[in-house]
Design a protein around this ligand. Structure first.
Ligand code: MRU
Length: 362
């Protein structure tokens, strides 16, 4: 595909020293354990795909692009683990079965499927050449590194386009108030984030920012992660409970709401963290432009509309168990969808690595 963002000079970057969310060594995948933030900065060294799947499921690595990057290295682990005794069709079938299992761990974030399928295609082409296991592993490692590097560059390009857009919206003002939901930052990608890359690039372009971060119930990605990384980058951030968004939109009138995405259908309907849909309705009501920042790996043009996006449901205890205390009685049911779908008509535009897409999206 076209990689014109390669040529971007002075592309915005994360400040040096930001921890690597996903990294690879010959021992396996190293993940920053996001379940431990903001209290502890701890890394997990993972050398088998079952542990990687468990880490993805419990959100040690999370955010659609970062899950994709981790899963790409997961295919290397799969290729290491398929029994040496298998060859030909049997080998291909076993690798495919394990790849499908990895994809199913988090069904909404399409970047997971996108990355695994991309690595699987590399494996298939190596099988067709009847290469040795070592050659197969090297080809898969190299593809996974390419995915990580491509994600990093796409984040910088999204940041640059988003900063230009924000400057246009500000009409000469040098400071901005923004609002976001969940964490679509460096912690969620291989680079400087999607939605938060707009903030980092705007700051680097000389704007003074104040960001309202929704806490993001039930797992608090906004409170724990967005505030952690924005504060670390020197951006003024205020955490609010999700149910404060309406009054903050009315009383503080942010210049823009910007969020990430887990899957975008062909008509522009967008799945993102539960609560995004409500925020988009509130933004529309208060006349605040609502933007989604996402790379091409998050667009799923095989789906006509958001109605076809599979929504991950998570376990009861994420809601019923609050720090070891029972928050919901055992005889009450709990509904815990991890994502919702924002209809395209509520979205002012998509900030992508290729520029800003404005409606009509279809
Ligand atoms: O459940 P999570 O934490 O993986 O959900 C993450 C989000 O919803 C993000 O907004 C989305 O993946 C985009 S990340 C750049």
């Amino acid at each position: 595909m076209d990689v014109y963002w390669d040529s971007m000079s002075n592309a915005p970057q994360l400040p040096a020293g930001f921890p690597a969310v996903v990294a690879w060594s010959s021992a396996g995948v190293r993940l920053l354990d996001q379940t431990r933030l903001p209290a502890d900065e701890i890394y997990l060294d993972i050398n088998n795909v079952a542990d990687l799947e468990a880490a993805i499921l419990r959100l040690s690595v999370r955010g659609a692009p970062a899950i994709g990057c981790a899963a790409a290295f997961g295919v290397v682990l799969i290729a290491r683990e398929v029994p040496e005794s298998l060859s030909g069709e049997a080998l291909k079938k076993e690798l495919d079965r394990r790849c499908d299992h990895l994809i199913e761990v988090r069904p909404t974030a399409v970047n997971l499927k996108w990355a695994v399928d991309r690595c699987r295609a590399v494996a298939h082409s190596q099988f067709a050449k009847n290469v040795s296991r070592t050659t197969l592993l090297l080809a898969l490692e190299s593809e996974a590194h390419a995915i990580l590097e491509e994600d990093r560059r796409m984040c910088s390009a999204m940041g640059a386009h988003g900063a230009t857009l924000l400057q246009q919206l500000l009409k000469g003002k040098k400071s901005a108030t923004l609002m976001t939901h969940c964490n679509a930052g460096a912690l969620a990608t291989g680079g400087m984030g999607t939605a938060l890359s707009v903030m980092y690039a705007s700051q680097q372009a000389g704007l003074t920012l104040h960001v309202f971060a929704d806490e993001t119930r039930p797992l608090l990605q906004g409170a724990r992660l967005t505030s952690w990384e924005l504060a670390r980058a020197g951006i003024d951030v205020t955490v609010i409970c999700d149910n404060m968004a309406a009054s903050v939109l009315r009383d503080r009138h942010p210049d823009m709401v910007v969020v990430g995405a887990d899957r975008i259908a062909a008509n522009g309907d967008t799945a993102n963290k539960i609560g995004t849909y409500g925020l988009a309705i509130l933004a529309k009501h208060h006349g605040v432009p609502f933007y989604v920042a996402a790379p091409y790996s998050t667009f799923d043009l095989t789906l006509k509309s958001g109605a076809e996006i599979p929504i991950e449901e998570r376990k009861r205890s994420e809601i019923s168990d609050q720090n070891g205390r029972l928050a919901v009685p055992d005889n009450a049911k709990v509904f815990n969808p991890a994502f919702d779908v924002t209809p395209a008509e509520l979205i002012a535009g998509f900030i992508t690595e290729r520029g800003v897409l404005k409606p009509p999206f279809a």
